[in-house]
Write a protein that binds this ligand. Structure first.
Ligand code: MN
Length: 490
């Protein structure tokens, strides 16, 4: 148990240097946490070992895995920064410091929590691997919540996982990790809802699995008739928390058609479309359910063909068709780009890690103006992790905004100057009122005029903190209220 081989076995063709590095980090971590136990009673080393294992499963590089092993050593004062730098180099030290929470003495309570997140985002903006280590760390923490001494803390950690960390994994396109974080936290964050959902899940799975297997076999036969041999075929069963979320807007479980999906993995893109054709010849598609995310990938890069079909025996099934590479990317998201295998020389490598997604930069940008910790957390949840809409600029760039955002939010997301001079907006080619809310896929064009300026009315139609802050700042600087034109009394 907890043998370094378990980690090394997860890596495809590690170089001798990688093996040596991971072994060294393993021994150093083992020694550092010697005799230390977690609240669960197990040796502390288990925690850093599992964190590193998750990173290896995500195909992260040897440095990240090593930093995973060592991630609590400096925080727990077992190792010094100088020592780590000397033994493991600057990059690993940076990764460890990035995930290290702030000291209990510097800040307390909510403040400490908010400041720790800020620090995490700053480090992440310099190296994406920091965030991935933090997510792997959180996964093990949330998997072992059972043993947590206080109910209150258990609930807080679970809630924070649902509100902040799982959405972060989602934003990184790491579906698998997101699902694991959510399902493990769900039980403790919302115990009643969890019980209810789990019960419904059990009933539905019994019903669905029966005719799903039948549908899978018919499809396989039909594909064979057309000389199509899929690389793999499987089901994907909706995860508990994602099922629960779906309930919040679909009241009836029978309306949920993607509870179980058949996943067909094929050789190449042509085969994806051919397979779709065969599926539709076999079964009639449910209108408006065909999604071509291959030609039009989701903003986080997700690619696949989706369709929902009537299987003829009263069943309705979702079918997802994609290539093996698309599948890998869908499961691992950004991690599949940072992955071990793809990393070439070191120049290329550092470039890769330092390519920060725009939304991380946005968090850093607007958090500067937020001084209250509570406010910071609220806005983080609202602006970045609530349901998002993805809209396009006329040149095809994607801008990602919270639901119910308006063209005003869109303009400020493009550039402050654009926001400050909006005079009108075209949505999908038509002139539109500035207070209209934007929908997924809208193409938005902002018309500016140097003589146009923000008005207090705009505040009612903005959803993002960014727009709100700029408008307020403008209004404060240029007090344009009509009372200015009245003669002053007294
Ligand atoms: Mn940890």
């Amino acid at each position: 148990m907890n043998n370094v081989k378990e980690i090394l076995n997860l890596i495809t063709d590690p170089s001798p240097g990688d093996i040596a590095l991971i072994k060294k980090a393993y021994s150093a971590a083992k020694k550092a946490h010697e005799g230390q136990t977690r609240y669960t009673g197990e040796p502390y080393f288990c925690h850093v070992f599992e964190t590193a294992k998750t990173l290896a499963e995500l195909h992260m590089d040897a440095e990240t895995i090593s930093a995973g092993l060592l991630h609590d050593s400096i925080e727990d004062k077992h190792l010094s920064e100088d020592g780590v730098q000397k033994e493991f180099g600057e990059d690993i030290l940076f990764l460890i410091n990035g995930v290290t929470k702030l000291g209990k003495l510097e800040y307390k309570g909510m403040r400490r929590h908010a400041e720790s997140l800020r620090k995490l985002f700053i480090a992440t903006s310099q190296d994406m691997r920091v965030l991935i280590i933090r997510l792997a760390d959180r996964l093990h923490n949330v998997k072992t919540l059972e043993g947590h001494p206080t109910e209150e803390k258990r609930k807080r950690i679970a809630m924070e996982t649902l509100e902040v960390f799982a959405p972060l994994a989602h934003r990184l396109g790491m579906w698998h990790l997101q699902g694991e974080l959510e399902d493990n936290a769900f039980k403790y964050a919302l115990p009643e809802e969890y019980k209810k959902t789990a019960e419904l899940f059990k009933q539905k799975i019994k019903f669905d699995e029966r005719f799903m297997e039948k549908a899978r076999r018919s499809l396989q036969k039909e594909l064979a008739k057309h000389d199509m041999k899929p690389v793999a075929m499987s089901y994907r069963i909706k995860r508990l928390y994602s099922l629960y979320k779906k309930f919040t807007y679909k009241k009836n479980i029978d309306e949920i058609h993607d509870f179980v999906a058949i996943r067909v993995i094929v050789e190449n893109v042509e085969d994806c479309y051919r397979t779709l054709g065969i599926v539709h010849k076999l079964w009639r598609p449910v209108p408006d359910t065909i999604k071509d995310y291959i030609a039009m990938p989701k903003p986080n890069g997700y690619q696949s063909l989706h369709t929902v079909v009537f299987t003829g025996d009263g069943g309705i099934v979702e079918i997802q068709i994609r290539t093996a590479q698309m599948h890998e990317e869908a499961e691992f998201g950004i991690a599949s780009h940072l992955a071990y295998k793809e990393v070439g020389d070191s120049v290329d490598k550092s470039h890769k890690y330092k390519a920060t997604p725009t939304w991380i930069k946005q968090i850093l940008e607007w958090q500067k103006g937020v001084s209250e910790s509570g406010e910071f957390l609220e806005h983080l949840k609202m602006d970045f992790f609530k349901n998002r809409v993805f809209v396009f600029t006329p040149t095809g760039d994607v801008i990602d905004l919270p639901e119910e955002s308006s063209a005003i939010d869109f303009a400020y997301a493009i550039h402050t100057d654009v926001g400050q001079h909006i005079s009108g907006a075209k949505i999908n080619g038509k002139m539109s009122s500035l207070d209209n809310t934007l929908n997924n896929g809208d193409i938005v064009e902002i018309i500016t005029n140097k003589n146009s300026h923000p008005t207090s009315k705009w505040l009612k139609h903005t959803k993002t903190t960014l727009a709100n802050r700029h408008i307020k700042a403008y209004l404060a600087e240029n007090d344009t209220s009509i009372f200015n034109f009245l003669p002053k009394i007294g």
